[in-house]
Design a binder for this molecule. Structure first.
Ligand code: PMP
Length: 307
C-alpha cells in the first residue's frame, strides 16, 4: 500500500503530509472515530465508486450512534470522495473516509462544541489477504469472541471495534493463518476480523444474520443480491461452529477482501480445498460488475467523472 499526493481534510484537498493531528486528539485516547472503507474500480466508463451512497449512509449512521456531528451533508461527503480520486488522477483505489473527535481537551465525555475532524484518503490497495484471494485463505476460529450485543454496537463501524479485530487477526497471524473468524457471545458464528462469512452446503448459501454481532457488510448485501439474480438459494441464519467444518464451500466478503475463498478452517480442508462452483459463480458476477460483464441493474456504480 502506498499513499497518494493528496487527501481531503476538513473541507479541502491538501497534500498528504499536511493532514496531521495533535496527540491530545480525543479519538486516540477514547476510540471515538467512525470510518468507511470503499473501493473505486477502473470500469469501461472510467473510475467508479462501488455503492458510494450506501457507504456514506453507513458512515452517518455510525456517527449518529456515537452522537458525532459530521458537519457536512451526505452529498458533500460523496462529492469530496469524488474529488480525492480526481485530485490524485486515480483509476482504482481503496478509499478511507474517517470522522473523529479531534483535539478539544481530554475527558471521555466530549466538551460542547469540541472539534470533529473529517478526512478522506485514497490509496492503491490490491487484494486484502494477498494471494489468498486466488488460492483460498487458511483461517482459524479465534479464541476471542465478538463483543456481546448491548456492549459495543457492531453495526457502527467505529475505530474502537477494531481492537476486537486486532486481537482476532494477531492471534491468527501468530498461528500461521491468513485470517481469524470469531464466534459471537452465544458461541455461534459471527464474522472474520474484517470480513463477513458465507458457507455453501449442498448448493445453498448460508450466512449468519445481521443480529449475530456482525457489521452489516455492503459486500455481504451485494452477494445476497447477486445470489438471488443467479438463482442461488440463500438464507441468513444462526450457525454453529461445526458448520465451518462441514461446509462444501466457504468464502469471506468485505470491501477490502472482496470475495475471498476459504480453503481450510483450523487446518481442516473446506470441500476439496479449491474454490467451489458457487463461490466461483458469485466472484465472476461480482467482478463482472466492474468490466461490464454483469449488468449493473442496481445503480451500484458511481462514475467519478460521468461523460
Ligand atoms: N465485518 C467487519 C468487522 C469489517 O471490518 C468489514 C469491512 N468493512 C466487513 C465485515 C465487511 O463490510 P463491507 O462489505 O461493507 O466492507
Amino acid at each position: 500500500m502506498s499513499h497518494t499526493a493528496f487527501l481531503w481534510h476538513n473541507g479541502r484537498i491538501k497534500p498528504w503530509a499536511e493532514a496531521n493531528v495533535h496527540v491530545s486528539t480525543h479519538a486516540l485516547h477514547y476510540g471515538s472515530s467512525v470510518f468507511e472503507g470503499e473501493r473505486v474500480y477502473a470500469t469501461p466508463n472510467g473510475p467508479a465508486y462501488f455503492r458510494l451512497a450506501d457507504h456514506t449512509r453507513r458512515l452517518f449512521e455510525s456517527a449518529k450512534v456515537y452522537e458525532i456531528d459530521i458537519g457536512y451533508s451526505e452529498a458533500e461527503i460523496d462529492a469530496a470522495c469524488h474529488e480525492v480520486i480526481r485530485a490524485n488522477g486515480m483509476q482504482s483505489a481503496y478509499v478511507r473516509p474517517i470522522v473523529f473527535r479531534g483535539a478539544g481537551g481530554l475527558g471521555v465525555l466530549p466538551k460542547d462544541g469540541a472539534p470533529v475532524d473529517v478526512a478522506i484518503m485514497a490509496m492503491a490497495w490490491g487484494a486484502y489477504l494477498g494471494d489468498a484471494a486466488e488460492r483460498g485463505a487458511d483461517v482459524c476460529v479465534s479464541s476471542w469472541n465478538r463483543p456481546a450485543p448491548n456492549t459495543i454496537p457492531s453495526w457502527a463501524k467505529a475505530g474502537g471495534n477494531y481492537l476486537s479485530s486486532q486481537l482476532i487477526g494477531l492471534e491468527a497471524r501468530r498461528g500461521g493463518y491468513d485470517e481469524g473468524i470469531a464466534l459471537g457471545h452465544n458461541g455461534l458464528l459471527s464474522e472474520g476480523a474484517g470480513e463477513n462469512l458465507f458457507l455453501v452446503k449442498r448448493g445453498k448459501l448460508v450466512t449468519p444474520p445481521s443480529s449475530a454481532g456482525i457489521l452489516a457488510g455492503i459486500t455481504r448485501d451485494s452477494v445476497l443480491t447477486l445470489a438471488a439474480e443467479l438463482g442461488i438459494e440463500a438464507e441468513e441464519r444462526e450457525l454453529p461452529r461445526e458448520a465451518l467444518y462441514t461446509a462444501d464451500e466457504m468464502f469471506m466478503t468485505g470491501t477490502a477482501a472482496e470475495i475471498t475463498p476459504v480453503r481450510s478452517v483450523d487446518r481442516k480442508s473446506v470441500g476439496n480445498g479449491k474454490p467451489g462452483p458457487v463461490t466461483r459463480a458469485l466472484r465472476e458476477a461480482f467482478f463482472g460488475l466492474f468490466d461490464g460483464r454483469t449488468h449493473d441493474k442496481w445503480g451500484w456504480l458511481d462514475v467519478v467523472d460521468p461523460t
